[in-house]
Design a protein around this ligand. Structure first.
Ligand code: FA5
Length: 345
């Protein structure tokens, strides 16, 4: 029995030494030290031994077990250490490798156009004003000489929230708000960029949500020629000397007289295409001399003060400047479209 135990110890220690991974080591542990293992099997024969031999054999069996379990533990630690070292080696980071470039975003083409227009007018002494997109009917219509039931309200189909509150249909309410703040004292010289909303059907040049940039100048002796000169400077700086503009008589309840400004279509060069609906011209803004009623409602003396105002669509301006054939490109966020306006690539 003694011989057999020594043999088992030598055999187990040799196998432990050769074990190449933790799984194999565990199998060795179970097979030698488990309840059905050969040591237990040998010890079952203890009953046949004399009472002197039994404790000696018991002690030897424990020694063999201890030797095997400590060998397994040592091997376990060294295999675990080797596994960690191997993992570290395979995951090592080469700090000398060049970094991967981080892709940066760009300003949306519409943001760029709005900033360009803002800069242009700031350069001419205008301040930038803001107003709410969720607007009172009073500022969107009434204070602009459009009382309830006025037929010209139909020119701008509106998204009403309550009877008195709506999504603003244009940036002109900022005119009324700014005039009110000035309490009858000029000069006023502002532009106001912002989002507006209309129940328009979306097509190549119309969107139900779009941007406008409002302009308002009120002072003594402001004339129609000031408006014309300002719009001409704007058009030349924005589109270049070679593009033609035209002013057409128009109607807005808050300006008198009123005009609309068109510019030759860049897509077809003025020949006529689907973007300009065959006319060769694209309308980019409405303008006129501020109606005396608007000045009076905001507390200005319309005999002393006169002014001009304009409202332009930056989407249409961007389309003309960059030759974009559909306004919907601005809002569908196709990365291939946006990348064309990237500054870095
Ligand atoms: C107005 O909104 C007036 N408030 C402009 C104004 C301001 C006139 C101050 C006089 C004095 P109109 O509805 O024409 O006017 O719109 C002005 C511009 O917004 C248009 O010339 C066009 O460039 C743009 N626009 C109008 N509707 C849409 C639309 N559905 N989608 C994209 N752009 C539009």
């Amino acid at each position: 029995m003694q011989e057999r135990l020594k043999e088992l110890q030598a055999e187990a220690l040799a196998k432990v030494e050769q074990a190449s991974d933790l799984k194999e080591l565990n199998e060795i542990r179970v097979s030698y030290l488990g309840k059905k293992g050969p040591i237990t099997e040998v010890l079952k024969g203890m009953g046949k031994l004399s009472s002197e031999e039994r404790p000696l054999m018991g002690a030897l069996a424990n020694e063999v077990r201890d030797a095997i379990s400590s060998a397994i533990e040592r091997k376990h630690n060294s295999l675990e250490e080797a596994a960690i070292q191997q993992k570290l080696a395979s995951e090592s980071i080469d700090v000398t490798l060049p970094g991967r470039p981080v892709k940066t975003g760009n300003h949306h083409p519409l943001t760029r156009i709005v900033e360009e227009i803002e800069d242009l007018f700031i350069g001419m002494g205008y301040a930038v004003a803001e107003g709410p997109e969720v607007e009172k009917d009073y500022y969107n219509f009434e204070a602009l000489n459009l009382p309830k039931g006025h037929p010209a309200r139909d020119m701008q189909d509106s998204f009403y929230i309550t009877e008195e509150v709506l999504l603003r249909t244009h940036t002109s309410p900022v005119q009324a708000r700014t005039l009110e703040k000035h309490q009858g004292k000029g000069p006023v010289k502002i532009i106001c960029p912002g989002k507006v909303y209309r129940r328009d059907n979306d097509d190549a040049t119309h969107s139900h949500q779009f941007m406008q940039i409002e302009g308002l100048v009120v002072d003594e002796n402001i004339r129609m020629s000031d408006l014309k000169g300002t719009l001409e400077v704007f058009a030349k700086k924005m589109f270049g000397e070679d593009r033609e503009i035209r002013l057409r008589p128009s109607f807005f309840p808050f300006t008198e007289p009123s005009v609309e400004m068109d510019i030759t279509c860049k897509i077809c060069g003025g020949k006529g295409c689907s973007v300009c609906k065959g006319t060769g011209w694209i309308e980019i803004l409405g303008a006129g001399m501020v109606h005396p009623n608007v000045l009076e409602m905001a507390g200005f003396d319309s005999k002393k003060y006169t002014g001009f105002a304009f409202g332009m669509g930056p989407e249409r301006i961007a389309m003309l400047k960059y030759g974009i054939d559909d306004i919907r490109h601005f809002y569908t966020n196709d990365i291939r479209f946006l990348k064309q306006f990237s500054v870095t690539e």
